[in-house]
Design a protein around this ligand. Structure first.
Ligand SMILES: Cc1cc2nc3c(=O)[nH]c(=O)nc-3n(C[C@H](O)[C@H](O)[C@H](O)COP(=O)(O)OP(=O)(O)OC[C@H]3O[C@@H](n4cnc5c(N)ncnc54)[C@H](O)[C@@H]3O)c2cc1C
Ligand code: SF4
Length: 522
């Protein structure tokens, strides 16, 4: 084992949290080491090939985890510079102001955060700048206050999405343009980095036009001579000094070689599941239940959102290329008939026959997968799941990840699906095709829905929650471990509740906030 020098800060993981923090700390001139278990996503034509990406899972992590019953779980997650943002759909939402307070759901209580929306607001604004967010303030009725306009205009709807948006508006809803992190210049398409293609959500961007953490944060951070990135560097364990109050060494495997690094501050940002696993693997005499786990909360309260894809199969084709532009939050906090939060409606990237093969949805009678892909409008519905201490990450005797999860708070989600189906049944006649464009081929509308399974850990969060009470949380309000002086966590682990919008912008904003706290101590 070799010992490889001392740094001011070591950041473990280069995704939404770790990559953004590296960018924040880089101008300080302090010696920063960014450790990433993966490599760069290779730039190749397969980046945009649905068969390579979705059917063969070419870029998916090769880890095998297990569920509570010991069944193997092949997690849909990605280990690369930039983390899962290399593959994300770049829908960059702020949590709602109310998400920071306690909210009563049908299935129980969504607990309050130890910080308010107002404390995070300036950092949301910074994150929107760094990640080139395109959007339109004031359209989404649930949007919180913002201190600045979006840095870029909203991404326009293609005709079918525009029509759907107008139909929703006619039905009394307030559809909005989804805030998106893509480097698209619609006024000058010739010069635009983003070409607005159909292989965005779930795919790496071949032309580096997606606002991911590699392009927007890690690449500019490592231009600073004081920032070093080591790829293919998997952190296996954190060691403490004899007092147990400081992380003294970071043990890293690089191929066959194990190395140790040390720093004044160590920041864990491996993604919510891997970060919890790393702390559990780092148990020692002073931390018998896992590092920083005197509260016994590390690994617990796993949340991943209650997510569904709902395909509305329509009479006429849906030629949309870039489908993720439209959202509806009118039922986020409930409806006239239902007093509890239901969630968020938006879209996945346009599904095609090849991709559908990988997901194997139930085939509608008389349809092929290709035909379904050509005619479907592909909704993404997200509802909040609640932090249950028994939904948790543990380790098997070999140190491999076990993810135990029992769904909760499902009633609101089921009602959200029903609500959307009812809305789609009532669509007006289509100007483009002269018939009920959004309605099904049959007399009744046809929907094919699929809940995202446990392996779909894209929105993982909550496993190392922050809070004011060291008995019920592992991190303090600044995301420093209650039990240690120099250990921070900045990935999605810190969420005490998950809200029902996509998590990445909140992770990025919080990393910027924590960055300020670390800078004060450097
Ligand atoms: C297909 C897909 C679509 C998505 N779409 C959206 C979207 O539209 N909007 C949105 O807000 N969110 C979206 N998400 C979720 C979003 O990508 C994540 O919430 C976000 O990336 C999580 O950030 P993180 O910092 O917690 O972890 P990650 O971004 O996953 O980063 C963790 C990093 O740590 C590295 N790592 C792990 N273990 C170790 C170790 N032991 N040693 C060293 N390095 C390690 C990993 O390789 C990775 O690079 C999507 C995710 C996926 C997969
Ligand atoms: S839509 Fe734009 S950002 Fe997304 S993959 Fe295509 S070119 Fe890249």
């Amino acid at each position: 084992m070799s010992s490889n020098g001392r740094y001011d800060v070591i950041i473990i993981g280069s995704g939404a949290g770790g990559g953004t923090l590296a960018l924040k700390l880089a101008p300080s001139g302090k010696k920063i080491l960014l450790l990433e278990r993966g490599d760069y996503v290779p730039r190749e034509k397969d980046n945009w090939d649905p068969a390579a990406v979705n059917v063969k899972g070419k870029y998916q992590a090769k880890d095998v985890w297990s569920d509570a019953e010991g069944k193997p779980l092949h997690p849909h997650t990605n280990y690369y510079v930039g983390g899962n943002t290399k593959f994300y759909g770049a829908a960059l939402f702020r949590l709602r102001k109310e998400d920071f307070g306690e909210l009563r759901h049908h299935g129980g209580i969504s607990p309050a955060w130890p910080i308010t929306y107002d404390e995070l607001e300036p950092y949301y604004t910074q994150a929107e700048q760094i990640y080139h967010v395109h959007g339109m303030r004031g359209e989404d009725p649930t949007d919180p206050r913002a201190s600045a306009p979006y840095p870029h205009p909203p991404v326009s709807h293609e005709p079918r999405m525009q029509q759907l948006s107008e139909d929703f508006a006619t039905q009394g809803l307030k559809p909005f343009h989804v805030p998106l992190g893509v480097m698209l210049d619609e006024k000058n398409r010739q010069a635009s980095t983003c070409i607005r293609c159909e292989t965005c959500d779930g795919f790496p961007c071949l032309v580096n036009a997606k606002s991911d953490a590699q392009v927007c944060a890690v690449d500019p951070a490592i231009k600073h001579p004081n920032v070093t990135l080591l790829t293919n560097a998997k952190v296996e364990q954190l060691l403490t000094d004899p007092s147990g109050r400081h992380v003294s060494k970071v043990r890293v495997r690089r191929g066959d070689v194990v190395e140790e690094y040390s720093a004044d501050f160590v920041v864990v940002s491996c993604g919510a599941i891997n970060s919890a696993a790393l702390l559990l693997r780092s148990a020692n005499g002073k931390h018998p239940r896992g590092l920083g786990n005197s509260s016994d909360t590390v690994g617990r309260h796993y949340m991943g959102h209650v997510n569904s894809v709902l395909m509305a199969l329509a009479k006429c084709p849906n030629p949309t290329i870039f489908q993720k532009t439209l959202g509806v939050n009118d039922f986020y906090f409930g409806s006239r008939e239902w007093e509890f939060p239901m969630g968020h409606i938006s879209f996945v990237g346009k599904l095609d026959g090849v991709t559908l093969k990988a997901g194997a949805p139930p085939i509608a009678p008389g349809w092929t997968l290709d035909l379904m892909g050509k005619h479907s409008i592909d909704f993404w519905l997200t509802s909040e799941d609640l932090p249950d201490p028994n939904n948790r990450v543990t380790l098997d005797p070999k140190g491999n990840i076990v993810l135990s999860y029992k769904p909760n708070n499902e009633e609101g989600h089921k009602r959200l699906i029903k609500k959307l189906e009812a809305l789609m049944q009532q669509q007006r006649k289509c100007d483009m095709h002269g018939h009920e464009c959004h309605q099904g081929l049959f007399s009744r509308n046809l929907f094919v829905g699929q809940r995202i399974p446990l392996a779909g850990v894209a929105h993982q969060n909550g496993t190392i929650r922050f809070g004011n009470d060291s008995k019920t949380s592992a991190l303090d309000r600044n995301c420093k471990a209650h039990d240690l002086e120099n250990l921070y966590v900045v990935d999605a682990s810190f969420f005490p509740s998950s809200g029902a919008v996509n998590p990445a912008l909140t992770i990025m904003a919080n990393a910027l906030r924590v960055g300020d706290r670390i800078l004060e101590r450097l």
